[in-house]
Ligand binder design. Structure first.
Ligand code: BGC
Length: 542
């Protein structure tokens, strides 16, 4: 009761907002009154705003050899001992391939209006363009899409999320080869043709800017290329290869979008975009002009690297200036089809760090003094104090203002084109989840989503055209090189039985979406509901 009345007071002023891009897009929002604590609730978002959960194929599907699926680069990489923590792999993952009906039921019970998933390339094309389409793969995704639509959940489909056919890695080294562009276009065309009448939101590629860093600078993701001082790998050139790989990914995106627009979009009526790893930086030395410039450069090398070509047709001038001819060039024809090749921007946000200039200042060795890093050193630590609460990833901290800042930056840099927060989520630091009840009573995750949702609501009130928010992740899953040791899920997945158990955050999200809670938590109420769920799952003794 108390909460309801505070919420009414806090949001008693109404605000009429119209997006610049379309005067028809107007809605009423309630606005917080200054000085009162911000409370986030579903009613602070416009009608039709998508609230979802998100996953990716390799991280949840398992069934890595079932029904004609081919081997992906991650299947092969994970089978090399030592590549993944505790030698985890996605062979079974969450067995979503066999449990997808149950998983869609979980989402339905949460009350989400959208679900972001990705398509396993080798389930559809086991050998890339060097083999046939696998009808069982097509059937699998059609069954998922049909079920989602039946349940009133909007599918938001990413075509490529890190996993490529191993055949393409073996034949020509994956994304380092321009031949990959044709492979991606072939795959995308099959996806548009087979699923497009059910999909209103396509994303071509997930976090291409993060992927090339992980695969070709740090060498942590397959094909594990890197060179000193960035890392020690058997092969690679960290100063050059990421630029080539991303160039190929950008062109692959552009070509796929051209086909979608020419052959499918008119009759299918969907929109198509790309998903960015969207970081934010603060100057390490406060009020220092050089570090402020490092922030600007860091953002151009992070955000602009991927998005400028897709909006304006070319790489940011900051990059050309420092990288010269090492940065590939687009032909006039390529610029032409790249320019304007996204209908929306997908924002995956986890990271806010401090940035320090390494162009005019000295920096510790490690690569920040290289052009590929824009001569920017990034850290989560200032004089021993972390920039926000630490999480399960040493470079991710809890800084909700970072999401607000990056949304506003993207809004300004790209003329407020439609945006979706396609991923945002929290994993606790190692050591904080020893007992099952610590995993399940995840109050920090609830606080995280609440504060980041409040940041999104505030951006919308300031006029940003943000149209959706997807919590990473629906359930605990295969967290790449961390295997199953780091958990982002709203649902806990028992690794022996693969049973899904709602964490407190799942119950909170459900209440938030039903607009009945979201703020001061009555944890005793959640505990009772959790205990009941555990009894039903036969896990009450854990
Ligand atoms: C990726 C996800 C990953 C998440 C958490 C994102 O960069 O898209 O696949 O699980 O971050 O690390």
């Amino acid at each position: 009761m108390l909460e309801t009345s505070r919420a009414t007071t806090t949001y008693r002023r109404l605000l009429l907002l119209c997006f610049l891009s379309s005067s028809a897009l107007c809605f009423l929002l309630s606005e917080p009154v200054e000085g009162e604590e911000e409370i986030v609730s579903r009613s602070h978002f416009p009608d039709g705003f998508l609230f979802g959960t998100t996953t990716s194929a390799y991280q949840i599907e398992g069934a890595y050899l079932d029904d004609g699926k081919g081997l992906s680069n991650w299947d092969v990489f994970c089978h090399v001992p030592g590549n993944i923590k505790e030698n985890g792999n996605g062979d079974t993952a969450d067995n979503h391939y066999h449990l997808f009906l149950e998983d869609i039921e979980l989402m339905h019970s949460l009350g989400v209006t959208a679900y972001r998933l990705s398509i396993s390339w080798t389930r559809i094309l086991p050998r890339g363009r060097y083999g046939e389409v696998n009808p069982m793969g097509i059937m699998f995704y059609n069954r998922i899409l049909d079920r989602l639509l039946l349940k009133g959940i909007e599918p938001f489909v990413t075509i490529h999320h890190h996993d490529i056919p191993q055949e393409l890695a073996d034949r020509y080294g994956g994304w380092l080869s321009p031949l990959m562009q044709e492979d991606f276009v072939h795959f995308a065309r099959i996806c548009f043709g087979s699923f497009g009448h059910k999909v209103k939101h396509w994303a071509t590629i997930n976090e291409a800017n993060l992927f090339v860093d992980m695969a070709y600078i740090r060498g942590w993701y397959p094909p594990s290329h890197c060179s000193p001082p960035f890392g020690i790998c058997s092969t690679g050139n960290s100063d050059v290869e990421p630029l080539i790989a991303l160039h190929n990914m950008i062109l692959a995106h552009g070509k796929a979008v051209k086909i979608y627009r020419q052959e499918f979009q008119g009759k299918q009526g969907g929109s198509i975009g790309i998903v960015l790893h969207a970081m934010w930086y603060e100057p390490l030395r406060a009020n220092n002009e050089l570090d402020q410039q490092a922030v600007t450069r860091g953002l151009a090398f992070g955000v602009g690297w991927l998005l400028d070509p897709l909006v304006y047709g070319d790489y940011p001038s900051e990059m050309r200036l420092l990288l010269g001819d090492t940065l590939p060039r687009f032909t006039v024809d390529e610029m032409d089809y790249l320019k304007g090749s996204i209908d929306y921007i997908g924002i995956n946000h986890y990271l806010t760090l401090y940035a320090k200039d390494c162009l005019h200042s000295s920096c510790a060795p490690g690569g920040s003094d290289h052009a590929i890093r824009g001569y920017v050193y990034t850290t989560g630590d200032r004089d021993g104090v972390p920039i926000g609460q630490p999480t399960g990833n040493p470079r991710f901290f809890v800084v909700p203002g970072g999401l607000k800042n990056i949304v506003n930056y993207i809004k300004q840099r790209y003329n407020n084109m439609p945006m979706y927060v396609t991923e945002n989520g929290y994993a606790p630091p190692p050591g904080e989840e020893v007992q099952l009840n610590q995993i399940l009573h995840d109050v920090k995750r609830i606080d995280y989503h609440k504060s980041y949702l409040a940041a999104v609501a505030s951006c919308i009130r300031d006029g940003a055209d943000v149209r959706g928010y997807f919590a990473w992740s629906l359930m605990d899953n295969f967290e790449w090189i961390d295997g199953y040791t780091v958990r982002y899920g709203l649902y806990y997945v028992d690794r022996t039985t693969l049973k899904r158990i709602p964490k407190t955050s799942a119950l909170w999200y459900k209440d938030f979406l039903a607009n009945s809670s979201g703020n001061a938590l009555d944890l005793t109420q959640y505990h009772g509901r959790l205990e009941q769920d555990l009894r039903v799952a036969g896990l009450e003794d854990l």
